[in-house]
Write a protein that binds this ligand. Structure first.
Ligand code: BES
Ligand code: ZN
Length: 835
């Protein structure tokens, strides 16, 4: 897959206005036949449609048979048409394949029997695998879909069914005409489903579907949250939800997290189904954000769509910030903006500090590039951070008013970034485009050095880079309390006690304080007077700085010790991640490791004492979640009481009975400290039997924690067993094994040996680049770096993974150099701390 060229835009030849689609699906025969009748206008003298692996049997234009030919880039060319309105009819057939796009089967078991449902995944350019069309986001048209299927199934599409009849033992379902929309948003799903439905305030029908292997109780949370979300966005955007119904379907096989098909959103089961007794609170919060993300797309993306894929950031960055705006309004007690600061911003900044990472806005020549060009850390996370900074800059009222105007002006059509900036500029009176331009088109972000002197504080900005870099010279317009700091240097008044920049942590830069300033902040934190945002932000910024020569990693040891009275769940999450960073520096069974374990369990001990293992009846969700972080830290610290307690729970409770916050930890503790082989036997058997994704995910976490070489070999041999480990989960299993230092070499070897299988299985999906990318985020020795370079350099010709490889090399190099530079200092600091 090598695309050096720019694809032709077919809309320049033919502008479709309506598709009448008849598709007859033969599930058992793994095939379908179709008749596409498309009406539109020819602008020159030919009609071009996209078709991928479709067998075309005939083409007519206005009733007359026409010659046609298939060319490169999936182009079906029908020559000799006259300019003006016409109707094209294409008869064709196609295949249902196992790749998770186009039309594909999702497999599951019901009472031990194999079953399947069929589903579509058309984004970014797979509608052409199911019907000939101008498969470009700007080619909006209305759709009339008729599906002929087996009987006894539920058949869903974007719009409600307007008729359903049975003839010849087949079910014929015709759907209402859709509004004008892009091809990538069309969808249908066929199969046996359980469901639960309700209505929004304004009477929109909302239904949640899952296979009968799930429980109806697991649909309740998604139903409530979908209704709340639609109510919220109707009010926030000031534009009603545009369709009569909103369906959500949990699919057993799903390449991504979820897909915003208009009126028929599809989800991975773990992103939709909430079972109160087995799903963790973190998963419930994740489900909420995914639902809010996809439903925000019903406006941002579906009602108003980017004209071309180079503005996909506009879709995805926006949906990512709206997740937080919406969930924060519905569940203010979750304090999700702090999660935003610690999750999205850290994810974005870690990636964006490596050389070779793309900017948020970037050219797209071919939609196949999307898999790798749209880096989640950048197009989702960084883009969302930049939009949040912009929202603070214009103010919430102008932000909201600008969006409403944007939706009203561009409904049912296409836009680019400047259309949004214009709307926000009109609403705020501020030059939004100018402010955002440098942030969006330059990769990287700044670190501001703050040095106090007697007149105030001197500020200097420069690009923050870790690992190999070539003298960055970029500058950014940085929002300060009273104005924009755009130059290299400035001096400002020393305000605040202590002095801090970016006090609410809403801007996309980090600060390096001089010793005087940072001691004052640390003092403020140890004294217990600092607010949560401040405590979290310092950990975040210092742990990023420690990855660069700006700060020695040994300083992190001092830093975490300033948090000895920490009680906040989110700050603790960050603390435990900083402890995780320090783990890389210590070798197994060394005094340094013992010291780090002592520090960890000493820090966690007060909260361990307070929270124990048992949730008290009225405790906050935060405390319930914190218990798991604390026990995890105690287990890492090899606290005997914690280990005994975990093993006792393993021995006495079923997986379903275990506390959903603690289940992963209990399984990991048993696998590490109990009878390895017996535990893994037992857990893998249950993995095979259960259809519950929460249980499956805990089992994956548990068994991959083993240090037993035989068991490691056994798990590695299961990675290609797709009837046990679904292809949607292979990458997760691989990453867990690679993260386990006892299994790392074997897992990395597996990837190299099985590469052609990986390429064949994941080649067309967004998850393909996860393999080079995650590998690079974990491998840590010079030897592994050299192996990575030797193995992946010949694969740089594959556009889908080229960037992941180039950045990956920088990522491992940075880690190796950091370990070499700071290891001795960290070890020394640790041993001086707890002898
Ligand atoms: N539209 C995307 C999914 C997508 C993007 C499919 C590009 C194909 C190409 C969807 O809205 C999305 O962003 N899904 C995320 C989950 C989300 C909550 C972050 C995903 O699938 O990772
Ligand atoms: Zn999205």
């Amino acid at each position: 897959m090598v695309y050096m060229h720019t694809v032709k835009r077919l809309i320049t030849e033919f502008i479709p206005t309506n598709y009448n689609l008849h598709i007859t699906v033969d599930r058992v025969g793994r095939a379908f036949t179709g008749v596409t009748t498309v009406t539109g206008s020819v602008t020159t003298n030919k009609i071009m449609l996209h078709a991928h692996e479709l067998q075309i049997s005939s083409v007519t234009v206005d009733g007359k048979a026409y010659e046609w030919a298939m060319g490169a880039d999936d182009e079906l060319t029908i020559a000799g048409a006259a300019p003006g309105e016409c109707t094209v009819v294409v008869n064709y057939s196609g295949k249902i394949t196992d790749q998770l796009h186009g039309l594909y089967p999702c497999k599951y078991k019901l009472n031990g029997e194999p079953k399947e449902v069929l589903a579509t995944q058309f984004e970014s350019h797979y509608a052409r695998n199911v019907f000939p069309c101008v498969d470009e986001p700007a080619a909006k048209a209305t759709f009339d879909l008729t599906l002929t299927t087996e009987t006894g199934v539920t058949v869903l599409s974007n719009m409600p069914a307007k008729s359903q009849t049975e003839s010849n033992k087949q079910l014929v379902t015709t759907f209402d005409t859709t509004p004008k929309m892009s091809t990538y948003l069309l969808a249908f799903v066929i199969g046996d489903f359980i469901s639960k439905n309700g209505k929004t305030k304004n009477g929109i029908d909302v239904t949640i579907y899952a296979t009968p292997a799930q429980t109806t109780a697991s649909l309740n949370f998604a139903l409530k949250h979908s209704i709340d979300t639609i109510d919220f966005f109707e009010d926030y955007f000031g534009v009603p939800y545009p369709l009569p119904k909103s369906d959500a379907v949990a699919l057993p096989d799903f390449a991504n997290g979820a897909m915003e098909n208009w009126g028929l959103v599809t989800y991975r089961e773990s992103a939709l189904l909430y079972n109160p007794s087995v799903t963790s609170i973190a998963s419930k919060q994740y489900i909420s954000t995914v639902i809010s993300h996809e439903l925000s797309h019903q406006w941002f993306g579906n009602l108003v769509t980017m004209a071309w894929w180079d503005d996909l950031w506009l879709n995805e960055s926006f949906a990512t910030i709206m997740e937080y705006v919406c969930v924060d309004a519905i569940y203010p007690e979750w304090n999700v903006w702090l999660d935003f600061n610690l999750n999205e911003a850290v994810y974005a900044m870690r990636r964006d500090s490596l050389a070779g990472v793309q900017s948020v806005k970037i050219d797209v020549h071919h939609p196949d590039e999307l898999q790798s060009v749209f880096d989640g850390a950048i197009v989702y996370a960084k883009g969302a951070c930049l939009l949040r900074m912009m929202r603070e800059y214009v103010g919430e009222a102008a932000f909201k008013a600008g969006l409403t105007a944007y939706f009203k002006k561009h409904a049912y059509s296409n836009t680019s970034g400047s259309d949004l900036w214009n709307a926000l500029q009109a609403a705020s009176g501020k030059n939004v485009g100018d402010f955002m331009d440098k942030w969006l088109t330059q990769n990287g972000f700044p670190v501001v050095s703050a040095t106090s002197n007697k007149d105030g504080v001197d500020l200097t900005q420069k690009q923050f880079v870790i690992g190999p870099n070539n003298e960055p010279t970029k500058l950014w317009p940085i929002p300060l309390e009273n104005g924009i700091f755009e130059a290299k240097q400035a001096t400002i008044a020393k305000t605040g006690t202590p002095f801090r920049l970016n006090a609410n942590d809403t801007n996309f830069y980090i600060t390096k304080y001089d010793q005087t300033l940072s001691e004052a902040i640390l003092q403020h934190i140890s004294s217990g007077k600092a607010a949560v945002v401040e405590r979290a932000q310092l950990l975040k910024e210092q742990s990023l700085l420690a990855k660069s020569p700006e700060l020695s990693s040994a300083e992190l040891v001092n830093l975490i010790n300033a948090y000895e009275s920490e009680t906040d769940e989110k700050v603790w999450g960050m603390l435990s991640s900083v402890i995780g960073e320090l783990k890389r520096f210590v070798d197994p069974d060394t005094p340094a490791e013992a010291a780090l374990k002592t520090i960890a369990r000493t820090l966690a001990a007060p909260m361990y004492k307070k929270l124990g293992w048992q949730a008290s009846p009225n405790e906050s969700e935060d405390d319930t979640m914190l218990r798991s972080t604390i026990i995890g830290t105690m287990l890492y610290g090899e606290n005997a009481n914690a280990i005994t307690k975990a093993r006792e729970l393993y021995a006495t409770q079923t997986l379903e009975q275990m506390d959903s916050e603690l289940r992963d930890l209990i399984l990991i503790a048993e696998v590490r400290h109990g009878d390895n082989a017996a535990a893994i036997d037992n857990l893998l058997k249950q993995y095979e039997q259960t259809e519950n994704v929460d249980i499956r995910s805990s089992i994956c976490d548990g068994v991959t924690a083993t240090d037993n070489p035989e068991q490691i070999a056994r798990l590695i041999s299961l990675l290609k067993n797709t009837s046990l480990i679904r292809t949607q989960d292979t990458a997760m299993w691989y990453v867990r094994l690679l993260n386990n230092r006892h299994a790392r070499t074997a897992a990395w070897q597996w990837l190299q040996t099985e590469w052609s299988w990986v390429e064949q299985t994941f080649g067309g999906d967004k998850s393909y680049d996860a393999f080079p990318r995650y590998s690079a985020s974990i491998l840590a020795t010079r030897e592994q770096l050299n192996e990575y370079i030797a193995f992946f350099t010949p694969k740089l010709t594959d556009t889908a993974i080229k960037r992941a490889i180039n950045v990956g090399i920088n990522d491992i190099t940075a880690r190796v150099e950091l370990l070499e530079a700071d290891k001795a200092a960290v070890e020394q600091k640790l041993s001086s701390f707890r002898a």
